[in-house]
Design a protein around this ligand. Structure first.
Ligand code: SAH
Ligand code: SF4
Length: 435
């Protein structure tokens, strides 16, 4: 989501006539879009800012902007700590960048962190890819997971209208994009704040309804969505995914912990049994689906036994990929104030053990691709080997292959290519194009 925000802001700057600089230390407008999900992400921005402040002291015309979640969280104190900053803007203000910059041009130092109704995006994002694009469908989050800073920095849920989303995707298709990923912190909440009830008394404008509504946009070949929340995940959604051929067979559903007491302390609102039930139902209906998740280890009070339960779930489910993190106390979150914090070395040990297991499980899981033919959407050139393209399978597995196909055909980004898988690694595959 942070990347999607960056692309939108870059699009606004381009629309205003700005051009991309060749290097960070040569730009005369520097915008850092920041993340505060864990402390190490937050600390990065201060070291980046330090370098720019030195430049600005010599060249006062430089414009220095801090956007995103650190900006929202720190607000005025960021201006006090680094007075050289011209503009501090929270994530809800991303679409207002042009207006805010006009105020800076008028000589003001601007702080934009108030709660905002997010303006419908009329600008064109500068996409980092020509093939795959992010599409925000719901901003903010109304959950209250006790470890998480997101609700306090990204604010209340705000769904975009299905029509606005449809329009954006049509536009992307006309520019040649082939794949879109619908984004929401808790994407299953999509539409909760929109009006509409069906004749049968069911809420309209759910994520499932949205998938049906956008499915037939010509030119778009693949549709993905993230992130799913186990508390709200529905059977209707699984049904839609199996019915709609453009919706890829990949589900990103964080489980966070394998222990029910920890899940309760996290206020996640589901049990691990419910989680396993969801995965079972997905696999029954879509047997080749890939499953990925997020996990936190060393949450306050987590015992060795509870940690072991998380490891067991990784093995039992056999994830294709897991994003792992050691618990990091965040400002304005309940868990950060609890006395039962675990020591740093426990965090590191558990994270290392988990990472090893995730890698091993992913490699075993990947064996199923050996000698299979998978459809890969070429996204770009392999930076480590210019003769190869890279892309992803429908199940979201990164795959490398020679750009030269049978009969000398040269594949290019944007092509859908059938690849016979030859090499298996933990987090990527290699293969050869076949006709
Ligand atoms: N909305 C999504 C993702 C939120 S942030 C969800 O509900 O799953 C992405 C991931 O960062 C989370 O899934 C969680 O695993 C991790 N994370 C969030 N807060 C954290 C914290 N305080 N410490 C460590 N990891 C955290
Ligand atoms: Fe954070 Fe929970 Fe919301 Fe995800 S659902 S963004 S973890 S509060």
């Amino acid at each position: 989501m942070n990347k999607a925000d960056s692309e939108r802001m870059a699009g606004i700057l381009e629309g205003m006539g700005y051009k991309e600089a060749t290097a960070e230390l040569e730009a005369d407008l520097i915008l850092y879009n920041t993340c505060t999900i864990r402390d190490n992400a937050e600390q990065k921005v201060y070291s980046y800012l330090g370098r720019q402040v030195k430049r600005k002291q010599k060249s006062p015309h430089l414009k220095l902007i801090v956007a995103g979640c650190v900006a929202q969280q720190e607000g005025e104190s960021l201006l006090r700590r680094v007075p050289e900053i011209d503009l501090v803007m929270g994530p809800q203000h991303a679409n207002r960048l042009e207006t805010l910059l006009t105020q800076v041009d008028n000589g003001q130092q601007v702080l934009a962190t108030s709660e905002q109704h997010i303006l419908e995006d009329l600008t064109t994002a500068r996409r980092n890819s020509k093939t795959c694009a992010w599409v925000n469908v719901i901003y903010g989050c109304n959950e209250r997971c006790t470890y998480c800073v997101v609700p306090s920095v990204r604010g209340k849920e705000q769904s975009r209208s299905p029509q606005a989303i449809h329009f954006e995707i049509e536009n992307l298709a006309s520019m040649g994009f082939k794949e879109i990923t619908l984004l929401g912190q808790n994407i299953d909440a999509y539409g909760r704040d929109l009006p509409g009830i069906t004749k049968e008394g069911r809420r309209q404008n759910t994520l499932t309804d949205l998938l049906y509504y956008i499915h037939d946009i010509e030119g778009i070949e693949r549709i993905r969505f993230a992130t799913s929340h186990p508390r709200y995940f529905t059977n209707r959604l699984i049904e839609a995914c199996s019915e709609l051929k453009k919706v890829c067979e990949h589900f990103h559903i964080p489980f966070q912990s394998g222990d029910n007491d920890i899940l309760k302390a996290m206020s996640r609102g589901y049990t691990i049994e419910r989680y396993k039930g969801i995965i079972d139902r997905i696999r029954k209906r879509i047997p080749n689906a890939s499953i990925s998740a997020d996990v936190i280890v060393a949450f306050p009070g987590e015992t060795h036994k509870q940690f072991q339960k998380t490891l067991s779930i990784i093995q039992e489910i056999g994830f294709d990929q897991v994003n792992t993190a050691a618990y990091s106390p965040r400002p304005n979150t309940p868990a950060a104030t609890w006395p039962n914090q675990l020591p740093e070395n426990t965090k590191i040990e558990r994270l290392n053990e988990l990472n090893l297991l995730v890698e091993r499980t992913a490699k075993i899981k990947n064996q199923r691709y050996k000698e299979l033919t998978e459809e890969v959407l070429a996204e770009g050139i392999n930076p480590k080997d210019q003769t190869q393209l890279m892309g992803r399978t429908r199940t979201n597995r990164l795959t490398f292959f020679p750009s030269k196909g049978p009969e000398g055909y040269i594949y290019k980004p944007g092509d859908l290519v059938n690849i016979r898988i030859k090499e298996i690694r933990s987090f990527s595959l290699s293969g050869i194009p076949i006709r």
